[in-house]
Design a protein around this ligand. Structure first.
Ligand code: FPP
Length: 253
């Protein structure tokens, strides 16, 4: 059987400081700052997105090194459709290219690839590529890597309510509405809530990401633009997370 990269640990000095008994199971990231990165270099915005692929690779590598089980990346929001058509088109081309280039690595490292969001909005070719990778990797045992695409937290809650109403109309929804029931109608009900949410580029905003799931998530804002994101930024965020006390509304022991 192919080996999952999560089994081995790298050599970075910060990795050695991480407490292996307190690893966040699920890390979600708002990848922000591609446009500013490009602008500061006098480049077109798409060059920032291209450079942002390095950030994606760094986050995947770091999550595997740390032993995180789930990594969720906010790649395209429902609001991002407002961007110029050319930027949107190039972003999806970039995603197609990324999937093609990374497919061997995904296989070799047993990455389980997932998506959340309104996939029907995506270009047909991209949607098919995403579905192919998801189907091929559904039994993989390594990192679960989820891309949020045409995703909005409010849209996800609306879609869940819509599905529940649909079931009720068919006479198939008789239980009372509880948090556990709502969870079942989300895009990826089996994913645990994120323990840690990282946002890059120094902005203090949630931007409609995982609104239901981040009720008790620890949030860390990093002052680095996404194309400059490297494994050490991830390690620093995990170390910061490990210094925090999570009380979930309770009191300290
Ligand atoms: C936010 O930066 C980034 C996005 C909207 C797109 C995320 C895309 C990538 C990380 C690269 C593409 C990679 C894949 C595999 C999908 P921004 O454009 O909002 O930056 P700004 O706030 O500085 O303008």
């Amino acid at each position: 059987m192919k080996k999952s990269k999560q089994e081995g640990r790298g050599e970075h000095p910060l990795l050695k400081l991480i407490d292996t008994s307190k690893i966040p199971a699920h890390v979600a990231i708002i990848m922000d700052g591609n446009g500013r990165w490009a602008k500061s270099r006098g480049l077109a915005r798409i060059e920032g997105h291209k450079a942002g692929i390095e950030g994606v690779k760094a986050a995947v590598e770091a999550a595997q090194e740390v032993g995180v089980k789930y990594l969720t990346l906010y790649a395209f929001s429902v609001e991002n459709w407002k961007r110029p058509e050319s930027e949107v088109k190039e972003l999806f081309n970039l995603l197609d290219h990324y999937l093609e280039k990374e497919k061997e690595k995904i296989e070799e490292e047993q990455i389980r690839f997932r998506t959340i969001g309104r996939l029907n909005d995506l270009p047909k070719k991209t949607k098919k590529n995403l579905e192919d990778v998801q189907n091929k990797t559904m039994n993989h045992k390594g990192l679960t890597l989820t891309f949020a695409l045409s995703y909005g937290g409010r849209a996800e809650i609306c879609d869940a309510i819509g599905k529940m109403i649909g079931k009720a109309k068919m006479g198939e929804f008789s239980s009372e509405v509880t948090e556990d029931i709502v969870q079942k109608y989300l895009y990826a009900p089996d994913l645990p809530d994120p323990d840690l949410l990282i946002r890059t580029s120094g902005e203090y905003r949630i931007s409609n990401f995982l609104l239901w799931q981040i009720a008790y998530t620890e949030i860390i804002i990093l002052d680095v633009l996404w194309p400059d994101f490297r494994p050490e930024h991830f390690y620093e965020a995990v170390l910061d997370y490990q210094r925090r006390e999570r009380r979930y509304g309770g009191v300290s022991e």
